[in-house]
Write a protein that binds this ligand. Structure first.
Ligand code: F6P
Length: 551
């Protein structure tokens, strides 16, 4: 078969030509067209999406839908859902959507309905969480275990942390976690272990080792550190009561010394960064909040998954938003996206999406190995508003153009109304949510400034060019269900981007080189420390730095 990429398609070339048309427009004018705006505001299961502040017209969307067709997007989505091995370089299916399917659903992989296995694990998690939370599962000294430390890194950490951060201020979830604590240990930096274990007693702590492979150096070292922390106080036998695991590699779990009975499985068709709805996230979150609360989160993801699978492309939110991201990155040349939740509870959304997006789509070749003639992937970063406003928004308003995702909610998790204040604290927060999107779109002209009698020498500094795209997502409230919807929206949108770029969004070879070089350094450090061996085999710079470090 002849090699080529999506950039060879007529739809791609047409969109390239269309950039010139869009460059003649300004969002200030596009936003005057109410019919256009109406078509770009959609509601899905209670969430409002407004993409009228994207630098796009109906013609752009039409062109992007043709591109989707050229990229065989519908077929790729279907291939994913039907369990085909679309992660070709690892020869794996990509079925994280099956993790949130209801009990009676059927999703096949290799002729087997994987939903049955998913629910067998969910039932096991539910039973274990009930035992732990009721005090039926006790520690080595007979005390109930109230504190959980989840060890994991990357996908085995960021998603669960994101969901936990979103729920820990939700009143109903808070009620369910009274008297309990959930902490995460990810970095191999010993400082992280000291923070995670600070103030905890071994007698009341359960350590959950979360690792898909059970070989990740950082996680295994942290697991050994916690094992020593437990056994040094409670004796070797305490491991069976105080350590459990989540992994696809139950053999290694057993070798580590954790009873496979106390291990919770997942499958190679779940990518690490897509694993928060597997036992990776469901177990620690259920221990803390109870399984029923986590089930609400799974139901939210499933709702958006269903919209993604069953809605025609032109009305399909993850598809439309994925296509618009491709438009921004590849055609308009904006390589980054800022994720700006006007919600403190979503403070860990951007760090999670960083991995989902950048590990998925940061690729240089098409799925058949052809080097891409364009740059795929998107640089993700973000911070909750209003904090971000007082940090990096200057660059977004007057420096580089960075498409923004503004995320807000109608209701606050913690409303505060103060007598004498004109607005509630949440209204104050949301005033910024609404204002920022318009400030970016409209900007401020020289004429506006002159009408305000601004000193001429300051005028150039105070001009805002505007025409800076953004997307507004308005949730009814922030709770387990809507967090699930949001997660699924981002996961599927990122998959759409990868499908259109024609890359494999489900492998991550780019993380391997650094890992193997670290192995070489690790053995050198060991040789130097134990046998006083000289530093060798590195370039001048690394040799110099290593010698200085070892001095
Ligand atoms: O960073 C590389 C990676 O393989 C991620 O994809 C994964 O989420 C993370 O390491 C952790 O891997 P594991 O769950 O196997 O410990």
């Amino acid at each position: 078969m002849a090699k080529g990429t999506i950039a060879d398609s007529a739809a791609w070339k047409k969109l390239q030509g269309h950039v010139e048309d869009i460059n003649k427009t300004h969002l200030r004018d596009l936003l005057k067209d109410e019919k256009r705006c109406q078509g770009m505001i959609k509601e899905v299961d209670g969430i409002v999406f407004d993409y009228s502040r994207q630098r796009a017209t109906a013609e752009t969307v039409e062109g992007l839908l043709s591109l989707a067709q050229a990229a065989k997007l519908s077929e790729k989505i279907e291939a994913m859902w039907s369990g085909q091995r679309i992660n070709e370089t690892e020869d794996r299916a990509v079925l994280h959507v099956a993790l949130r399917a209801p009990r009676d659903a059927e999703i096949l992989c290799d002729g087997k309905n994987v939903v049955l296995e998913v629910w067998a694990t969910l039932d096991k998690i539910k039973a274990f969480a009930e035992r732990l939370r009721s005090g039926d599962w006790i520690g080595a000294t007979g005390k109930p275990l109230t504190d959980v430390v989840a060890i994991g890194i990357g996908g085995s950490f960021l998603g669960p942390l994101f969901v936990h951060s979103a729920l820990e201020t939700d009143p109903s979830a808070q009620e369910l976690s009274k008297g309990r604590s959930l902490r995460f240990l990810s970095n191999v930096d010993p400082v992280d272990a000291s923070i995670a274990l600070k103030g905890l007693s071994q007698e009341t702590t359960l350590v959950v080792v979360v690792s898909k492979t059970f070989t990740t150096a950082e996680t295994m070292l942290n697991a050994r550190t916690c094992r020593t922390w437990i056994t040094s106080k409670l004796g070797a036998d305490a491991v069976s009561k105080h350590m459990i695991a989540v992994s696809t590699n139950l053999k290694l779990v057993k070798e580590f010394g954790i009873d496979p009975e106390n291990a919770f499985a997942f499958w190679d068709w779940v990518g690490g960064r897509y694993s928060v709805t597997s036992a990776v996230g469901v177990l620690p979150l259920s221990l803390h909040y109870g399984f029923e609360k986590v089930e609400e989160f799974l139901q939210g993801t499933w709702s958006m998954d269903q919209h993604f699978r069953n809605t025609p492309l032109e009305k399909n939110l993850p598809v439309l938003l994925g296509l618009l991201s491709v438009w921004n990155v590849t055609f308009l040349g904006y390589p980054a996206r800022a994720i700006l939740p006007y919600s403190q509870a979503l403070q860990k959304l951007a760090p999670h999406i960083q991995q989902v997006s950048m590990e998925s789509n940061g690729k240089g070749v098409a799925i058949d190995g052809t080097r891409l003639p364009f740059e795929a992937g998107e640089i993700e970063f973000g911070e909750p508003g209003t904090n971000g406003q007082h940090s990096f928004y200057q660059l977004i308003h007057q420096g580089r153009t960075i498409p923004c995702d503004f995320i807000g909610s109608v209701k606050s998790q913690k409303p505060i109304y103060m007598i004498g204040e004109k607005v509630s604290n949440h209204d104050e927060l949301m005033s910024n949510f609404f204002a920022q999107a318009d400030a970016l779109a409209y900007g401020k002209t020289r004429e506006d400034l002159q009408a305000e009698n601004v000193k001429e020498s300051l005028v150039p500094h105070k001009v805002f060019t505007g025409n800076r795209p953004s997307l507004s997502i308005l949730l009814p409230a922030l709770n387990a269900y809507t967090v699930g919807q949001l997660l699924s929206l981002y996961e599927n949108r990122i998959a759409v981007q990868g499908f259109v770029w024609g890359i494999n969004s489900f492998d991550q070879w780019g993380v391997e080189l650094g890992k193997s070089l670290a192995t070489k350094v690790r053995s050198q450090l060991n040789e130097a420390r134990t046998k006083d061996a000289p530093v060798q085999g590195f370039n001048y710079s690394t040799t110099y730095l290593l010698k200085h470090y070892l001095k």
